[in-house]
Design a protein around this ligand. Structure first.
Ligand code: 5GP
Ligand code: MG
Length: 216
């Protein structure tokens, strides 16, 4: 069995559920007719997409794509590239459809920018973004338009609810922070997590009491 590091719960499943349903209701109100594709960005968005698709009441179509973020020092054919599409959607024709890109979390915005550039060539009726989490402190792409955002998180590395650290943790129902994180961008601040949760409390229905250490 893979060794997993200790994690701290940041967003409990009840709160996630609340955000999923709130977003779904807005999508139902905003898209009255026409074909709507939920375009999930693999792999992290799979659990969010599965719950969101069931919370939305109008008909939707579902497709997926994946994007590889190019790391510093990684050799690529085109040195200017920041992200590479590694899986294209099955549906190559979106010309009569609304497309809603479904992300687990948006950081720099490079992934969304790459997907938007690709979709623009397919001329859909509209392209919008829904993301469960947003980490605005990491943004490098200016003017990124995120239509539906569940909650903002501070500059911490989160796992669970579909999101991984080296392929582990995806099946956790709550969103957690790694307590001892070796990921180079990870900053773990307990106080940050508390601040975030107090702010999130004002916007949703969970209490800071729910911040608890998961059994190590
Ligand atoms: P961006 O291109 O916006 O910097 O990054 C977007 C992608 O990076 C997300 O779809 C997700 O796959 C990954 N990512 C960004 N922040 C986190 C995080 O805190 N945890 C995990 N597991 N993945 C993240
Ligand atoms: Mg993702």
């Amino acid at each position: 069995m893979a060794m997993q590091q200790p994690v701290m719960k940041l967003i409990p499943k009840d709160s996630i559920r609340w955000h999923v349903h709130e977003i779904a209701a807005r999508i139902d109100a905003d898209y009255p007719d026409g074909i709507l594709y939920l375009l999930g960005v693999l792999q992290g968005s799979w659990m969010f997409l599965a719950d969101l698709a069931r919370a939305i009441k109008r008909p939707v179509r579902i497709d997926f794509m994946s994007v590889h973020r190019i790391r510093r020092g990684e050799e690529v054919s085109n040195p200017g590239q920041e992200a590479l599409i590694t899986r294209y959607p099955e549906s190559l024709l979106f010309d009569d459809s609304h497309v809603l890109i479904v992300e687990d979390i948006v950081g720099t915005g490079v992934t969304i920018k790459r997907i938007r550039t690709y979709l623009a060539t397919l001329r859909p009726r509209s392209v919008q973004v829904v993301t469960l989490l947003d980490k605005p402190s990491r943004r490098t792409v200016r003017g990124l338009d995120l239509k539906y955002v569940g909650c903002q998180v501070p500059n911490v590395f989160v796992v669970g609810y579909g999101m991984d650290y080296e392929q582990d943790y995806r099946n956790l129902s709550d969103i957690h922070i790694l307590r001892r994180c070796t990921y180079k961008h990870c900053v773990f601040y307990t106080s940050d997590a508390k601040d975030f949760c107090s702010e999130a409390c004002a916007r949703s229905d969970f209490s800071t009491r729910e911040i608890e250490l998961v059994k190590e």
